[in-house]
Design a binder for this molecule. Structure first.
Ligand code: 0RQ
Length: 501
């Protein structure tokens, strides 16, 4: 079945190299892509080649790059390697790009994922010159069938002066009907309530719209998404998932959750994936999900029938799982809905639906401040992604991590978090393989005792308690959140100087 059936847009079909000539030095470019899904596969490489040629001639060539979230080697990787990305937002996870950011060569603006589209609309980032968006098909009327992610595509297509489309036939043609693109967003003061009352409610269109007059090139591709493998759940992740599932049972028995829970959100990474695998083994049934990413574990839950349906903005699957999904896409229709990221992560929807948010973390401090993004306070790993959108607005939020990293040299529970993404005011429940600390309704001092006792690794527990006790003794006028300021980051310094906290 031909993928491009619009007579007008068919005339724009060209090569990636020709399309890339529409992207010039100093421009702002919005590309599709979210957690390694639905990103353009051909044009970014051609832009990198153009830039390398320009650099070879001694000319400047760099762009500001906006996406939905993280992409892949064919996008962030090639452009970072060619030294093209002067500025990047929002979430990223590419090793080459990460190194450029941490070396200071690339500016990185780590916005909440629900904020990126609206802040572009507000004009906070400047004019968007070009959009490069991957889709699964172009219909006769010029409407676009999105692929494995929606992300910020609606906004980039609307805001950009010029549009380049990549039509990727690797995506199942059956994607038509999997998406819900909300066209009701406005700038204040014209904003209206978002009438999303159930996770699977449709409030938009199945298609993306584009002004054909802005489309300067259409490029055909047939290439898979990034599709990275997940680590199979180890003893630690099984233990964390076990604590979390027991806690959900406890909440049901106390009447604070219904038997089928509230809609689940599960973050990126191995641990979040393992928690979904554990839920698949549990007695819970008729679950729903209002999340941003569908990883393997979430599809497994759908396959067992325990999960009725899932609303998200993107897939992020292993290669095997992507292949099996593509082969059987029709069977999932009606049970998966992909939305724009401003709706999948919208505070209003998350709060109304009572989402249960489960996200990974790098470290938490004894009072519950959570670092999701930085190693030793300075080096970015990925970014805050949607964790802040969900954690602050969820009915329940969990932050999960093994109690130690790097073979035990690093404690994930520290006196003071070296970077704070989620403040103690937001954090509700911390889970490590050691146990679970329920911090709801507790003062900082009670939280500290609970986190140290329940979550810290035995190798670090006594030293954390000792830090806390000495902080209490040293601050007779500061008993609310006592700290030893000259010592608060000593554990991190120890790691940097001696290789162990
Ligand atoms: O590094 O592989 O080099 O050893 O961090 O750690 O334990 O495999 O955990 O894959 O679940 O990722 C927070 C990064 C966790 C992720 C984070 C090192 C550790 C390892 C990964 P190595 P694990 P996960 C919605 C939600 C922010 C975005 C988010 C994340 C690597 O969950 O990016 O939540 N979250 N989005 O060794 C130094 C510590 C460490 C440490 C772990 N304390 N110090 N290194 N590591 N703890 C979805 C989206 O937003 C798209």
């Amino acid at each position: 079945m031909p993928r491009i059936t619009c007579p007008v847009l068919k005339t724009k079909v060209t090569t990636a190299q020709e399309a890339a000539t529409h992207i010039g030095h100093g421009q702002r470019v919005g590309m599709s892509g979210f957690t390694g899904a639905g990103y353009p596969k051909a044009v970014p490489g051609a832009v990198a080649e153009r830039a390398k040629a320009a650099h070879g001639r001694g000319e400047d060539f760099s762009i500001e790059l906006w996406t939905g979230a993280s992409t892949a080697p064919e996008l962030d990787g090639v452009l970072a390697e060619a030294g093209v990305i002067a500025k990047r937002l929002p979430f990223q996870s590419d090793p080459t790009l990460r190194a450029k950011i941490n070396s200071g060569a690339t500016e990185y603006i780590d916005t909440h994922l629900s904020h990126s589209a609206q802040q572009a609309w507000f004009g906070f980032y400047g004019n968007l010159d070009v959009a490069v968006v991957e889709v699964a098909a172009i219909l006769p009327n010029g409407m676009l069938v999105p692929g494995s992610s929606v992300g910020n595509n609606k906004t980039w297509l609307e805001l950009a002066d010029k549009v380049i489309l990549e039509v990727n036939s690797w995506h199942p043609r059956a994607y038509e009907g999997f998406h819900d693109v909300y066209y009701g967003t406005k700038r204040p003061p014209e904003r209206r309530p978002i009438q999303l009352l159930e996770p699977m409610q449709r409030i938009g269109d199945p298609y993306l719209r584009v002004d054909p007059g802005k489309v300067v090139a259409v490029v055909e591709t047939d290439a898979p998404d990034r599709n990275l493998p997940f680590k199979s759940p180890d003893e630690n992740s099984k233990a964390m998932a076990g604590h979390l599932v027991d806690f959900l049972r406890h909440e049901i028995s106390h009447g604070r959750l219904p038997a089928n829970l509230f809609p689940l959100q599960s973050g990126v990474g191995n641990v979040a994936n393992a928690v979904m695998a554990e839920l698949a083994e549990s007695e819970f049934e008729h679950l729903t999900a209002y999340t941003e990413v569908i990883q393997d574990g979430m599809l497994d839950l759908l396959d067992t029938g325990k999960l009725t349906a899932v609303s998200a903005t993107s897939f992020s699957l292993s290669a095997e799982r992507a292949a099996s999904f593509n082969a059987r896409a029709e069977e999932y229709k009606g049970r998966i809905l992909l939305r724009t990221q401003e709706i999948s992560n919208h505070p209003e929807a998350i709060r109304r639906l009572g989402v249960i948010a489960i996200n990974g973390m790098v470290e938490a401090d004894i009072y519950g401040n959570v670092n999701s993004t930085h190693v030793m306070g300075s080096s970015i790993i990925n970014g805050i992604g949607g964790s802040g959108d969900f954690a602050r607005n969820a009915y329940l939020n969990f932050f999960v991590s093994p109690s130690v990293a790097k073979g035990g040299a690093i404690s994930s529970i520290v006196p003071f978090a070296s970077h704070i993404d989620h403040t103690e005011h937001d954090t509700q429940i911390i889970v490590t393989e050691q146990g679970l600390a329920d911090l709801r309704g507790l003062s900082p001092s009670v939280r500290a005792k609970r986190i140290i006792a329940a979550c810290a690794h035995p190798d670090y527990r006594d030293r954390l308690q000792d830090y806390y006790d000495r902080a209490v003794a040293a601050n007779p006028e500061g008993q609310h959140t006592p700290h030893l300021l000259s010592e608060a980051f000593r554990w991190h310094e120890n790691y940097q100087q001696h290789g162990r906290m």
